[in-house]
Design a protein around this ligand. Structure first.
Ligand SMILES: Cc1cc2nc3c(=O)[nH]c(=O)nc-3n(C[C@H](O)[C@H](O)[C@H](O)COP(=O)(O)OP(=O)(O)OC[C@H]3O[C@@H](n4cnc5c(N)ncnc54)[C@H](O)[C@@H]3O)c2cc1C
Ligand code: FES
Length: 514
C-alpha cells in the first residue's frame, strides 16, 4: 500500500537554476537522501517531500492549485508553504524544506519543523465525537492541528478504533495487505494527542438541551461541542436464509475478518448486489482463489451510477478474472449451500456477501429530536438543527453548492473532509464547505476516479478508450457537467476537480475537449 518514490532527477542539495523550474509544475529530484519536489510560483520556490503521506502517491505528478499541491491518486491536498495536510485522505503532513538562494540557484537545505498553531478563535469547553470512523477520526486530528487544547473524547463502538475502511474490501480482503495497515492510528497516537479514546462503547442517549450524552456502558458525558459521525450500516435483505451463518455484510474490520475466515474453507462465493463494495469483494475473493458469482437486480452492474459503457467495462473486467454475473434477477432464498434466484436459477454457495447498500445511522439524532431526512440535516458548516451539535460523513445531508440541493454522500474522502470542516467550525474557523466530492474504486489493476456528484444525469459522454484504460466519462444534466470519471487520467481528474471547485465552466469544457 505505502509506496516510496525512487531517488531520481537532480540533486537539489547541490542547487538548481531558477530557469530550470517551470511555473506551477512540480519538478522531481532529491536532497539529503529523500525524494523532493520543487515548485516555483513567480519568484517563490517551495521544496516538499515528493511522496504523499496517504498511500505514497507521486506528488511530482500532482497538480498545483493556488497555494496547494494535490495528489494524483486520491486527491489529498497539501499546503505548499508548510507541507501540512489540508485535505484528506492524507492526515499527516509531508516534509517541507528550507531553501537558500545563491544568485540564480536555489539550494534545498534541512527539513523545517511544522509550526505550532496559535490557539484558534474559539475554544469549546469540551468536544465529544461520536463515531470513530472516517469523519470522527479526521475531525479529532484537525481539532488538535488547529491548536485546540481542550478535552476531546472520541467514542467508537467498533474495535479496534478508526480503520482504513476502503482497504477492507480491497488489499486486506484479498490478502495482500497485512492487518497492521488497516488501523488508521494506534492508541498511543491518541494518548500523545491527549484524546480520550473510548472504543467498544456506544452513545445511547443524547440530550441536546442539557448537552449530555449517555453511553451504553452507563457512563454519562457532558459536552460543549458534539460531532455526530455515526456513519452508515449495511442493509440486510428480508429473505429466507438471510441470517444464516455463512451470510455476511462488509462494513467493519470484524466483518472483513469473518469473511476471510470463511474464505479459508469456502470454495464458492455468491455476492448479492453489484455495488462498488460487492464488486470489490468479488475481486478480492477471486484473488483468494474462490469461485465467485455476482447476482445483480440491474441489467448491468453500476449502470445507475456510472452509465452503460463503464458498467459494461467493469463487468467485462470481472468476467476476464473469472467472475460470473447473473443480472436482472434477485435472490429468492438462501440455503445452507446455495442461493435460489427469482428466475429459477440456483447457485451453489458456501460463502455469501450482501452488498446491497447502506442506511445512515440516524437513531441517536432522531431520538434527540434533531432534524433528520434520510440523514441528519446540516448546513454548509455541518451544524445540525441543535445548537452545539455538528454532524459529518455518511450520516449527514448537506447542501452541495454546485448542485444547489442537499445530498448525503457515502465516500471516504468526503466523510473525512466533512469531519475536518466541522472541526474548523467548532473552533471559529468555519466556512461554507465547497470541496468537490471525490471517490475512487479499484477493480484488479483498474482504478476509477470520480469527481463531482451526479444522481440524475441525462447525457453520458465517453472519450478515449476504456479497453486501453485511458478514458474520461462525463455526466451532464441540461448541458451542465455534474461529474466526471477518469480511468488512467489522474492529472485530468485533478484539473477537472479544480475547475468544478471554481465553477469555471469554460475551463472545464476546455479540459474535457483536450
Ligand atoms: C468495505 C468498504 C469499502 C469502501 N471503499 C471505499 C472507497 O474505495 N472509496 C470511497 O470513497 N469510499 C469507500 N467506502 C465508503 C467509506 O468507507 C465511507 O463513506 C466512510 O467510511 C464514511 O465515514 P463515516 O465517518 O461517515 O462513517 P464510518 O467510517 O462508518 O464511521 C462511523 C463509526 O461510527 C460508529 N458508531 C455508529 N454509531 C455509534 C454510536 N452510537 N456510538 C459510538 N460509535 C458509533 C460506527 O461503529 C463506525 O465505526 C467503503 C466502505 C466500505 C464499507
Ligand atoms: S496516495 Fe495520495 S491521496 Fe492517496
Amino acid at each position: 500500500m505505502a509506496h516510496k518514490t525512487e531517488l531520481t532527477g537532480p540533486d537539489f542539495a547541490s542547487g538548481i537554476a531558477m530557469s530550470d523550474l517551470s511555473a506551477d509544475t512540480p519538478l522531481l529530484g532529491h536532497a539529503h537522501g529523500k525524494a523532493v519536489v520543487l515548485i516555483r510560483q513567480g519568484a517563490e520556490v517551495r521544496a516538499l517531500g515528493a511522496t504523499c503521506s496517504h498511500y505514497g502517491g507521486p506528488l511530482a505528478k500532482g497538480l498545483v492549485v493556488g497555494a496547494t499541491v494535490r495528489c494524483p491518486w486520491h486527491h489529498a491536498c497539501f499546503d505548499l508553504r508548510t507541507g501540512e495536510a489540508l485535505g484528506a485522505p492524507a492526515l499527516d503532513p509531508i516534509a517541507c524544506y528550507e531553501l537558500q538562494r545563491r544568485g540564480d540557484r536555489v539550494i534545498v537545505g534541512s527539513r523545517q519543523s511544522l509550526a505550532q498553531e496559535n490557539p484558534p478563535p474559539k475554544s469549546p469547553a469540551s468536544v465529544v465525537i461520536v463515531g470513530a470512523g472516517a469523519a470522527g477520526a479526521a475531525a479529532t486530528e484537525r481539532l488538535r492541528r488547529l491548536g485546540y487544547r481542550g478535552p476531546i473524547t472520541l467514542i467508537g463502538e467498533e474495535a479496534p478504533g478508526p480503520v482504513d475502511r476502503p482497504n477492507l474490501s480491497k488489499d486486506y480482503l484479498a490478502g495482500s495487505a497485512p492487518e497492521e495497515w488497516v488501523s488508521l492510528r494506534t492508541p498511543e497516537f491518541y494518548e500523545q494527542m491527549d484524546v480520550e479514546l473510548r472504543i467498544g462503547d456506544a452513545a445511547a442517549e443524547l440530550d441536546p438541551a442539557r448537552k449530555t450524552l449517555g453511553l451504553k456502558s452507563g457512563a454519562a458525558l457532558s459536552y460543549d461541542a458534539l460531532l455526530l459521525a455515526t456513519g452508515a450500516e449495511p442493509l440486510r435483505l428480508s429473505l429466507e436464509g438471510a441470517t444464516l451463518p455463512h451470510v455476511f455484510t462488509l462494513r467493519t474490520l470484524a466483518d472483513a475478518r469473518s469473511i476471510i475466515a470463511a474464505a479459508k474453507t469456502a470454495r464458492r462465493a455468491v455476492i448479492i448486489g453489484s455495488s462498488f463494495i460487492g464488486l470489490e469483494t468479488a475481486a478480492s475473493l477471486r484473488t483468494r482463489g474462490l469461485d465467485v458469482d455476482v447476482v445483480s437486480r440491474d441489467a448491468l452492474p453500476l449502470e445507475r451510477v456510472l452509465g452503460a459503457q463503464l458498467g459494461q467495462f467493469v463487468q467485462q473486467l470481472h468476467e476476464e478474472h473469472g467472475v460470473r454475473f447473473h443480472v436482472s434477477t434477485t435472490p429468492r432464498a438462501i440455503r445452507a449451500n446455495a442461493v435460489e434466484l427469482d428466475d429459477g436459477g440456483v447457485l451453489a454457495a458456501d460463502l455469501i456477501v450482501l452488498g446491497v447498500g447502506v442506511r445512515p445511522r440516524v437513531g441517536l439524532a432522531e431520538s434527540a429530536g434533531l432534524t433528520v431526512a434520510d440523514g441528519i440535516v446540516v448546513d454548509s458548516q455541518f451544524r445540525t438543527s441543535a445548537p452545539g451539535i455538528w454532524a459529518a460523513g455518511d450520516v449527514a445531508r448537506y447542501p452541495e453548492p454546485r448542485l444547489r440541493t442537499a445530498v448525503r454522500i457515502e465516500h471516504w474522502v468526503v466523510a473525512e473532509r466533512q469531519g475536518q470542516a466541522a472541526a474548523r467550525d467548532m473552533v471559529g474557523l468555519g466556512a461554507p464547505f465547497r470541496d468537490v466530492p471525490f471517490f475512487w474504486s479499484r477493480h484488479y489493476d483498474v482504478r476509477l476516479a470520480y469527481v463531482g456528484h451526479a444522481t440524475a444525469q441525462d447525457v453520458i459522454e465517453l472519450t478515449g478508450s476504456l479497453p486501453d484504460r485511458d478514458a474520461t466519462v462525463v455526466y451532464r444534466r441540461a448541458g451542465k457537467v455534474l461529474a466526471v470519471v477518469t480511468v488512467g487520467r489522474d492529472q485530468q481528474s485533478l484539473a477537472i476537480e479544480a475547475a468544478l471547485e471554481r465553477e469555471d465552466e469554460p475551463a472545464l469544457e476546455a479540459l474535457l475537449r483536450a
